[in-house]
Design a protein around this ligand. Structure first.
Ligand code: HAM
Length: 427
């Protein structure tokens, strides 16, 4: 149907665009406070950039086609492979650790549902060239501070944090074998959404025994650093495997963000390239999908960029966040913010209105006026519909005295103001 955008694609009418701009401005502000530099890449990339390392799920969702030159290409479904490629190409010249952010539009052919569309914008913040868990804490803190910048607290959102090294060590320590790990990871990832019987059956299919299956569910149920540490203490290499997670959570507590953080081993993340700490932000009601997700991907730069650098980052989409803000956020995102609406009393006042409007705009003041002669009542109606806080009324008598009438449209009060002093109203 011609009147509608494609399924999963959005038209941004001014109010919706205002919310998006508000989100982008907040993202940029927090990224700046954390000392991140902005970059961008192309929206169309070679298909193999994703087929190699991103994992099955995202590959199935690709918008992929052959271009007129016979190249196999895809619209970017995520930013991380582009980042790995870009950094790989200039790795020598870039001062490490690299702290970069970007706000790409991404495309995934997903089944449409609440919070999931076929295009979305995603803030990406990544640190490349730093293996210390302080880098993990830094990124989780940035994601939390974005929530705080939107006025959301620990009663609204939580960061659920895990570590794939911890999961690996626990699973191997409880008798699973290396080839059984992917199936166990998948089950743990889905353990909150899929009934236990179905998952146990899946584990059985992969040849995982009863005792090991029970271990998988026990591990998935671990919550909190202490419980995880206690479980790790019982397996070989456990203490060492738990150290980065312990340090990262400790750093978040030192920053005063401990109330936002929950150690939760069910966070595995769908993408194939994660190697260490992984995390997601959720609304506490869990009525929405993940607000953000990320983690450490120490092998990806080598695989895609040919340089061996540790790396980590997260992606935060505008869709789930937008829904959360519509539900709970402060509603301060008017699509226009006029400072004044100018009103011409008679036809002769039009030229002075044009002159005054232009002078005010040169000073940075946002003004509008009626584009055709109309009764004062009509002009005032438009001023009110636009949400202008005041009307500046230009009429023959006041003009002769070098003045205008300024009407406060909220209070309904009026005052005569010398034209020369008008700009003082707006500072
Ligand atoms: P992701 O978990 O696929 O990670 O996406 C991150 C976030 O983007 C999600 O939590 C969600 O807010 C949003 N998002 C993803 N798909 C959609 C969709 N179809 N519609 C609306 N929002 C969506 C990544 O993409 C990783 N590359 C993030 C990353 C950066 N990891 C390291 N650096």
């Amino acid at each position: 149907m011609q009147g509608q955008a494609l399924p999963g694609f959005r038209d941004f009418y001014p109010d919706e665009l205002a919310l998006k701009n508000h989100i982008f401005a907040t993202w940029r502000d927090v990224a700046r406070r954390y000392g991140f530099q902005e970059y961008d890449g192309p929206p169309l990339e070679p298909l193999e950039l994703y087929t190699d390392k991103s994992g099955e799920e995202i590959v199935q969702q690709l918008y992929a086609f052959e271009d007129k030159g016979g190249r196999k290409v895809a619209l970017r479904p995520e930013m991380t492979p582009t980042l790995a490629r870009m950094v790989g190409a200039h790795a020598q010249a870039l001062k490490k650790p690299i702290r970069w952010f970007s706000i790409p539009q991404l495309f995934r052919y997903e089944r449409q549902q609440r919070g999931r569309l076929r295009e979305h914008f995603q803030l990406n913040m990544d640190i490349i060239g730093e293996a210390s868990p302080l880098a993990d804490a830094e990124l989780i803190a940035a994601a939390i501070d974005i929530m705080r910048a939107f006025g959301l607290g620990p009663a609204d959102v939580r960061a659920r944090v895990s570590d794939r090294r911890v999961l690996r060590t626990l699973l191997l320590g409880r008798g699973l074998t290396e080839p059984q790990l992917p199936a166990a990871f998948e089950v743990i990832d889905k353990s909150e959404r899929v009934p236990r019987d179905a998952m146990a059956a899946k584990l059985r299919e992969t040849g995982i025994g009863k005792r090991e299956t029970d271990a998988v569910f026990e591990i998935a149920a671990l919550r909190g650093l202490d419980a995880v540490a206690a479980a790790l203490a019982k397996v070989k290499g456990g203490e060492e495997a738990g150290e980065p997670l312990r340090q990262a959570v400790g750093a978040l507590e030192a920053m005063g963000l401990g109330d936002f953080v929950l150690v939760d081993l069910t966070i595995v993340r769908g993408l194939a390239y994660y190697t260490g700490i992984v995390f997601e932000l959720f609304d506490t009601g869990k009525s929405l999908r993940a607000i953000c997700g990320g983690g450490r991907y120490d092998g990806l730069l080598n695989a895609l960029g040919g340089v061996d650098l540790p790396a980590l980052g997260f992606g935060m989409g505008d869709v789930v966040l937008g829904e959360l803000l519509k539900e709970r956020g402060p509603a301060d995102q008017a699509s226009t913010k006029l400072d004044a609406f100018l009103i011409a009393v008679s036809g002769e006042d039009m030229a002075p209105v044009l002159k005054l409007a232009h002078q005010l705009r040169d000073l940075g003041v946002a003004v509008e006026y009626g584009l055709r002669p109309a009764a004062i009542r009509k002009q005032l109606e438009l001023a009110a519909a636009r949400g202008a806080p005041r009307a500046i009324i230009v009429g023959p008598d006041e003009r002769a005295a070098g003045e205008v009438v300024v009407r406060d449209l909220k209070a309904g009060t009026e005052a005569r103001v010398p034209i020369a002093k008008l700009s003082g109203l707006f500072h």
